[in-house]
Design a protein around this ligand. Structure first.
Ligand code: GLV
Ligand code: MN
Ligand code: MN
Length: 414
């Protein structure tokens, strides 16, 4: 690599401006955050804006059958690109950095190369993958899962949203049912820049995380059905109360995570009682359970113990239970040479760096199935994410994006 490319740096003001412009779509009033659940009108508007930026840069744009969008800057040789990317859908209470950073930093890397008149040996691509969050359509990382052939397109298109919409119909409706084939082109390598979304880097005063893997994820939806009845007249010993079973389960998984110890986590994030009224013993309760661990055996143990507790508690309350798996991904370990590359580049750029696992799911964990993959983390203020208050300082964003630029340049030069 010539001296001139090792000296290249991104333009943080341009990156910040794009982050702000994208966050203005679906903005949550009075906050810095945004709500662009996958395949909603807000997601469409966000997608359109990013496509406009890809067009402005003259990228070769493709949209595949699950709505993943890729923009390619041609290199000097034919062959698969060095790809970066992430997602631009958000949870309903999203911050402006989760996912968006990886995509917009990818545009920034490409614009930096173009402005400097640098054409890397290999092509360079930036992609945004459909429905990474999985908050509206489960599972999470859906677009990248389909991209790598982990789920058939036909199956994905039939997935139902929490609001009853069908994924394929929503894709058509917003104009992102594309024609590029899935599984998609296997990249030469994949790099994802993302905010940490946890407290570790900030607490330790470290600027860059070299992510060595992603913990396993288990999501299920549980529906408990009992006997709806009058809250005042039904003696406690005669109740079949699904609300009680749901509450007991939430209490149990918390205790289970504490007993199994770090890094086991457990969350009941969505609960719906029917009919959800003050004076009615619920007819049914539907709730989600999110269990995660870096150790597959411990995660399986947590799943089995929850399952026994659920069955016993529901039986004791004379309720019936139905469970549905929403997502199940084993822990992923990234390619060692890619992790080391991120560490080396960070050190060369003068940043403190730490190897660490990811607690959140990411598109990179899917791409890791098909090509050498790594992730770069930047610190999250107070470890807050999936919350409009999510924040990363401009200097940390700049550091992370420059590590991605130099990492991609190295990968693209060989
Ligand atoms: C998805 O991004 C998750 O980690 O929940
Ligand atoms: Mn994300
Ligand atoms: Mn997220």
């Amino acid at each position: 690599m010539s001296t001139s490319t090792t000296d290249l740096r991104i333009d943080i003001d341009r990156l910040q401006q794009r982050l702000a412009d994208l966050a203005a779509i679906g903005a949550i009033e009075g906050t810095e955050g945004c709500a662009r659940l996958a395949l909603t009108d807000e997601d469409k508007a966000g997608r359109d804006l990013v496509v406009t930026w890809m067009e402005d840069l003259g990228l070769q744009i493709t949209v595949d059958g699950i709505g993943n969008v890729t923009g390619v800057m041609a290199g000097q040789i034919d062959g698969p690109p060095v790809m970066c990317g992430s997602h631009i859908d958000t949870v309903r209470t999203g911050g402006r950095y989760d996912g968006n950073l990886g995509v917009l930093a990818g545009l920034e890397v490409i614009e930096t190369l173009m402005t400097a008149g640098v054409t890397p040996r290999r092509s360079v691509a930036v992609a945004y993958f459909t429905d990474e969050e999985g908050a509206r359509f489960a599972p999470d990382m859906l677009g990248s899962l389909v991209y790598v052939g982990g789920m058939a397109l036909e199956e994905a298109l039939e997935i139902k949203a929490i609001d009853g919409a069908v994924l394929g119909e929503e894709l058509e409706r917003i104009g992102y049912a594309g024609s590029a084939p899935v599984p998609g082109l296997v990249p030469h390598a994949f790099v994802e820049l993302h905010v940490e979304q946890g407290p570790v880097l900030e607490a330790e005063g470290i600027t860059v995380g070299a992510v060595d893997g992603v913990q396993g994820i288990s999501w299920q939806e549980v529906t408990v059905t009992g006997q709806s009845n009058h809250a005042g007249t039904t003696p406690m010993h005669l109740r079949k109360d699904p609300g009680f079973v749901a509450a007991a389960c939430a209490n149990f998984v918390r205790g289970l995570a504490l007993e199994l110890g770090h890094p086991q986590v457990a969350t009941v994030g969505r609960v719906e009682f029917r009919p959800n009224l003050v004076n009615v013993v619920p007819a049914s309760a539907t709730f989600t359970v999110d269990l995660r661990n870096t150790d597959e055996a411990v995660l399986q143990d947590a799943e089995a113990r929850f399952s026994s507790f659920l069955a016993e508690t529901a039986a004791a309350e004379d309720c019936t239970v139905e469970t549905k798996t929403l997502a199940r991904f084993e822990p992923v370990i990234f390619d060692e040479s890619m992790i080391e590359l991120v560490q080396d580049v960070a050190v060369e750029l003068g940043h403190s760096v730490k190897r660490m696992p990811s607690g959140a799911g990411h598109d990179a964990q899917m791409l890791a199935r098909v090509c050498p993959t790594s992730m770069i983390f930047t610190p999250s203020k107070d470890g807050i994410s999936h919350n409009p208050a999510e924040y990363t300082s401009p200097s940390d964003l700049e550091a992370g994006a420059n590590v991605m630029l130099q990492t991609m340049l190295r990968l693209a030069s060989k």
